[in-house]
Design a protein around this ligand. Structure first.
Ligand code: NAG
Ligand code: NAG
Ligand code: NAG
Length: 496
């Protein structure tokens, strides 16, 4: 009891000192559109609530980032960034089709090449947008005049990083990824003997051969990242800062990193003084559900409810996969809420309702919810951990396989290849996770660990953003390690 009171008091003191210490900082945000924006927007709203003045840079054809908002001003660049959800939705269904049919290596390879070209185009377009900003004298003049205190960016694209350097603004990254992969690898020592490369599906317990694989995989990915993003950002840096400035050094020189992970999810690894962990900063206790959902939850009785959501990219599945899933779900004694906007599967059971949209966090935290069927996006996984709901994972693309492999390793999930999913296999996995107590016991343990923190992750993030504004940067927390390879190269060039 005394312990709880101390924590409450500490939080009060902390929030008082925080709100009292800086008045109305000016924050310039260069976000990344799409699902990444959802995270950034939460930080923006909280910054706004604390009285800061936020300005967001967006392209004129931005799909998630709205021009008008009660929380921020926007600077709309008269530039079409392109890139639409439609591409990725089609890409996902084509990839599923290919995996399902066991198509030729060549087909897979050409789809991968398409994705690679797509990513390259995304970064090319971002670079062009930055040129557009810098070379519009009126625009860049007004940004200069506004005298921002800090640039907040998602370093999964390099726009904010380059612009911050150009404007000489302190830089804060809201990150899980940079343009070169997992964000820790950009700044912290990452011994490949026990730090598994994200996406490798390895854990921190590696055999000798797995370590070798981890290392080869590291170099392969580095090569890929460099060849995909390197040319665009090198050209951009060369244009404004001359040939001596390496684009990736600008990332590594960021003042502070707000990492969207937590060590219940991440394997333990070396880290840096200018990193704060804010994984699950979007997690909230469940609120009361709308009446129709609450009635449905109650009607499930002792068996409870299965929650199915495969994210925004998988609105529609190939018919055969949706049918197999629906058939397996129809055999359960549980009731099922499925976020799905595609054609109604022919095998849909009378225990299942389909919805375009779900109050996911409130459903995950509902006592009737037994299991979360998820594609394995980081946000969804952290929310499931927060609420102690075990997972049946159906990973589709990107980091999802790896995210779910970690959850399986921790004994809180079963994972199935959605491309080859069949009714029986899916039904068996659901039954196992619902009926075997270890899954929810393990998940509840992770939940207790995740929630037991001295400061709420969002408050922690706010503290550090305000810290960087108060002190105009945080170079005393940043190691000089990132300058070393470059220094060697320069020395070599001099000898030549
Ligand atoms: C890049 O921009 C061009 C021109 O605006 C657009 O046609 C294209 O779809 C964009 N590409 C991507 C991947 O966003
Ligand atoms: C917030 O910043 C914008 C952009 O610099 C400026 O136009 C606006 O007046 C500021 N608002 C307040 C309340 O300071
Ligand atoms: C739902 O379907 C099951 C099996 O198909 C059937 O036994 C049950 O009566 C149906 N319930 C309702 C309310 O239609």
């Amino acid at each position: 009891m005394i312990h709880m009171k101390m924590i409450a008091l500490w939080k009060l003191v902390l929030s008082l000192t925080l709100t009292g210490s800086i008045h109305c900082g000016k924050v310039l945000v260069f976000p990344h559109d799409g699902s990444h924006w959802v995270n950034m927007n939460i930080l923006i709203q909280e910054l706004h609530n604390r009285g800061h003045n936020i300005t967001v840079i967006r392209a004129s054809d931005s799909w998630y980032i709205k021009e008008q908002s009660p929380y921020y001003h926007s600077i709309t660049i008269d530039f079409s960034l392109g890139g639409d959800e439609a591409f990725f939705a089609t890409f996902v269904s084509r990839q599923l089709q290919i995996r399902r049919e066991g198509s030729s290596l060549w087909t897979r390879f050409s789809l991968d090449m398409e994705l690679k070209n797509r990513f390259s185009a995304v970064h090319r377009n971002i670079s062009e947008m930055v040129i557009h900003i810098i070379e519009d004298p009126k625009l860049i003049g007004s940004i200069r005049e506004a005298e921002y205190d800090v640039m907040l960016t998602d370093p999964v694209n390099g726009g904010g990083v380059v612009l911050a350097h150009y404007l000489r603004l302190p830089l804060i990254c809201n990150a899980r990824w940079t343009v070169h992969g997992e964000a820790h690898f950009a700044i912290a020592p990452s011994p490949l003997s026990y730090v598994p490369l994200p996406l490798s599906m390895l854990t921190d317990q590696m055999t000798f051969f797995q370590r070798v694989y981890n290392m080869l995989y590291y170099y392969l990915r580095l090569y890929l990242y460099k060849s995909i993003v390197g040319p665009h950002y090198s050209a951009l840096c060369n244009r404004y800062f001359g040939p001596d400035v390496d684009y990736f050094e600008l990332f590594q020189a960021a003042d502070f990193w707000l990492m969207r992970v937590n060590f219940v999810f991440e394997f333990p690894r070396p880290t840096m003084p200018n990193v704060a962990y804010m994984g699950c900063f979007q997690c909230r206790p469940a609120k009361a559900l709308p009446d129709d959902f609450e009635d449905f939850m109650k009607s499930s009785g002792e068996h409870g409810v299965v929650l199915v959501s495969l994210g925004t990219l998988v609105g529609q599945l190939p018919d055969t996969i949706a049918d197999e899933m629906a058939a397996a779900l129809s055999k359960l004694p549980q009731k099922v809420i499925w976020r799905y906007s595609g054609k109604k599967p022919s095998t849909l059971g009378n225990n299942t309702i389909l919805r375009d949209w779900l109050p996911q966090n409130d459903l995950l935290g509902h006592p009737k919810t037994k299991v979360f069927v998820s594609h394995g996006g980081t946000n969804g996984i952290l929310e499931a951990i927060y609420h102690g709901t075990p997972i049946v994972g159906l990973p589709v693309v990107f980091d999802q396989h790896d995210n779910l492999a970690r959850m399986k390793y921790k004994g809180v999930a079963q994972v199935i290849d959605i491309a080859t999913l069949n009714e029986n296999e899916f039904h068996k996995a659901l039954q196992e996770v619902i009926n075997k107590p270890s899954y929810s016991l393990n998940m509840n343990r992770l939940s207790r660990l995740l929630r037991d923190t001295p400061v709420e992750p969002l408050d922690n993030a706010m503290f550090w953003i305000e810290f960087v504004m108060r002190h105009r940067g945080a170079p005393h927390l940043r190691t000089e390690s990132y300058k070393m390879p470059w220094a060697c190269r320069k020395r070599r060039e001099k000898q030549d």
